[in-house]
Design a binder for this molecule. Structure first.
Ligand code: ZN
Length: 161
């Protein structure tokens, strides 16, 4: 599944969008995390050889006038879950879903309105503290530190002696 990841100018908001191009198949995805613009060209019939594909074997999806892009941060993860919203109804659905999920720390909405990118925090549950008084963020930093220091681990044996 080799792909080339590139940044291009978003055709909708002119900010940086993310382009994922699969050079073996020619399939392509564009996602803009600023405005929610989305484009994908994917092959429907994967049994066919690439040179036998006709236009009918491709599925093109384009979200030209997105409502916005969302970014969900979970307590247990340092990454984000991102996606596009087509309309306000989808935003409300997302809100309702996220409000019921206690694993979610924040939900951010980014929209392209009147020529500007507007970022809004729609859910912010704040840092979560465990019974020892550490926030999830502290825990992550501890873990990262642990990895960095693993060379000094005593279990490594008497290598330096
Ligand atoms: Zn955009």
């Amino acid at each position: 599944m080799g792909s080339v990841i590139d940044y291009i100018e978003c055709p909708n908001c002119k900010q940086e969008a993310y382009n994922d191009f699969y050079y073996k198949t020619g399939e392509e995805y564009v996602n803009c995390m600023n405005c929610g613009y989305h484009y994908s060209a994917t092959i429907i019939n994967r049994d066919k050889k690439l040179n036998e594909l006709t236009e009918a074997d491709w599925k093109i999806n384009e979200l030209k006038n997105p409502y916005g892009a969302y970014r969900i941060k979970f307590y247990e993860s340092s990454g984000y879950n991102c996606g596009a919203l087509e309309n306000e109804e989808q935003l409300n659905e997302l809100k309702t879903e996220c409000e019921q999920d206690d694993k979610i720390e924040t939900v951010q909405l980014s929209r392209f309105v009147d020529g500007e990118i507007k970022v809004e925090m729609i859910i912010d549950n704040g840092p979560k503290f465990d019974s020892a008084g550490f926030s999830t963020k502290d825990r992550f930093e501890d873990e990262a530190g642990g990895i960095r220091n693993c060379g000094n681990n005593d279990d490594e044996g008497d290598f330096f002696n």
